[in-house]
Design a protein around this ligand. Structure first.
Ligand code: KG4
Ligand code: ZN
Length: 371
């Protein structure tokens, strides 16, 4: 049994988690700064790093207490060292170094994008056990605890079960839109990515254009439920045969449409639904085509935008391959995915030195290969 403490501070979530053998989440604590950044309509980097400084110690302590483990039970400390905001990453990396040095544990610097992919290996957190479990005679609610459940499917009803390489990974978050062929643990080939805004960034910017709450992704999803996705014929940037993405034309099209209406008369829900459908359409078609071309056995969705139910449903429904996706709480930033990814690197002998530094623009392919 290998217990790893994971730490994540790359953007606006201060998170710590203890994960067993890269799969079983023993504890996962996420302190979100969303309420603080809402007033700025986006993440304010200086404020984010100061907030991480305030939250990091209590968040790590809570993760240890919640896991009911002692420092001696840990085998390694893992931390995101990029990509992300420099001032935010520094807080996590320094905290991890302090703990690793103080406890005599190995330190592992983890790539945030790789960790999003490894969220697919994590088992969903069991629901909290009731204090007074009802007695159904014999086997009670306890049966489900710690059981190996296949990663959850949504929408299409196809079940994935275990992960068999090569897999096609679509990582869609506030900072990244990446199509990656993963041929083994730590083996990545980047097939394409966004040429401008990341998918989540486009959701956030369009959310702001429509006067919706921050962050835009969940707000657009909520508004879209009441809208007609065919109300506006918004552009899809197919970019020929490439596996790159571009969302700036779509964003401009939404802006132009909004400008045609008087204030207060903008058809927000129809625009939200049409925008969401356009983004999902391109993401699904490109992932499907890449998976087919590179003979992937499965499609793995991850990143904050993978919390979007339409994307989950359409990907599962339109692809003839099994589609895996972490539970919604593990799509957005968390530290369980950091500890999860670290386990596979730890097993392969990967260790970071005490000179580990943050790399704000770290690329996935530059991550040390292993496996
Ligand atoms: O992975 P994440 O927490 O942070 C980054 O690594 O960037 O992703 C955050 C992004 C935000 O842009 C947010 O608007 C988007 O994920 N997001 C969503 C949804 N939930 C979060 N986008 C679309 N639909 C959602 N339900
Ligand atoms: Zn992220």
């Amino acid at each position: 049994m290998t217990l790893i403490l994971g730490i994540e501070t790359s953007c606006d979530e201060t998170a710590a988690a203890v994960v067993e053998d890269g799969q079983r989440i023993i504890s996962s604590v996420v302190a979100s700064q969303i309420d603080i950044h809402r007033r700025y309509g986006g993440v304010f980097p200086e404020v984010a790093s100061r907030q991480h400084v305030l939250s990091i110690t209590p968040v790590i302590e809570e993760a240890i207490v919640e896991a009911r483990v002692s420092w001696d039970d840990l085998e390694a400390v893992a931390v995101t060292y990029g990509p992300g905001l420099a001032g935010s990453l520094l807080v996590g990396v320094n905290a991890a170094k302090g703990i690793a040095l103080g406890c005599g544990l190995p330190l592992l610097g983890i790539n945030h994008i790789e960790a999003h992919i490894y969220a697919n290996w994590l088992l969903p957190l069991p629901p909290p056990a009731p204090l007074n479990p009802p007695n159904f005679g014999g086997k009670g609610g306890e049966e489900k605890r710690g059981r190996l459940l296949p990663p959850p499917q949504s929408g299409g009803g196809k079940r994935g079960g275990s992960i068999v390489f090569p897999v096609l990974c679509l990582v869609v978050s506030g900072g990244h839109t990446e199509l990656i062929l993963m041929s083994g643990h730590g083996r990545y080939q980047r097939l394409g990515g966004s040429l401008d805004d990341a998918a989540g960034e486009a959701f956030d910017k369009v959310g702001r254009l429509l006067g919706l709450d921050y962050p835009g992704g969940p707000a657009i999803e909520r508004a879209a439920k009441y809208g007609d996705p065919t109300a506006f014929d918004l552009p899809r940037a197919w970019l020929g045969d490439s596996y790159n993405f571009s969302f700036s034309g779509l964003k401009t099209a939404v802006l132009r449409t909004v400008q045609q209406y008087e204030e207060g008369k903008v058809p927000v829900v129809d625009l939200a639904a049409s925008f969401q459908a356009a983004v999902v359409d391109v993401l699904v078609e490109k992932a499907k085509r890449a998976a087919h071309e590179y003979h992937a056995t499965q499609i793995l969705l991850s990143g904050g935008v993978a919390a979007n139910k339409l994307l989950r449903q359409e990907m599962a429904g339109r692809s003839d391959l099994p589609v895996l996706c972490p539970p919604i709480s593990l799509c957005t930033d968390n530290a369980a995915m950091i500890a999860g990814a670290a386990y596979f690197r730890y097993q392969a002998g990967y260790r970071s030195g005490w000179d580990l530094d943050v790399i704000p623009n770290l690329k996935l392919t530059s991550a040390t290969q292993f496996g």
